[in-house]
Design a protein. Sequence first.
Length: 205
Amino acid sequence: MKYIKSLLALAVATSAFGAQATNLVTNGSFESTSQASGTYGVYTTLPGWDTWSVEVRNNLAGIAQDGANFVELDTTKNSNISQNISIATAGAYQLSFWYDSRPGNGARPTDTNLLAWTFGANSGSILNNWTTDVQGDWTNYTGTFNLAAGLVGLSFAAGGTSDSYGGSLDNVSVTLVPEPESYAMLLAGLGLMGAIARRRTARES
């Protein structure tokens, strides 16, 4: 009976920990669009995202960081994508996304790959110099922000020179940062299971 109770305690701890890591972004890796390998398409709609123009690529002018697809927001000119994230519980949330500049841009300005982002009241931009960057060398951005419950806007936009040669975006996520007590619960459950396993081994020896 003690062993069963311990298993239940560990299951509760693990499920509580796992719930914290649920990605709140819809279609964060852009895999909902069927795009053949070696091709790209310009779309006016994208599942989960609001946009007027976005370029979905699959193994063309780059390789996805996650899955097969990734997007470029400078299609025929600078564009953007956005969605509202539903925050059920106030707390600390981590925004994470991957960015890659697009090498081989000829004599274009160094700012052609700039990618700007906003998340609620927070904003920033990321830019790698395409003349020195390596294609497929993705850069991860993460930031942690305290948010109130409700809908929070998340958007990405091509910045810099509007010339149809923009940076790449992939694997976008927003996750609730686990509180210290969640870690403590998980570690306690694991420790309890370890102690029970040692005790059972000692009895069977």
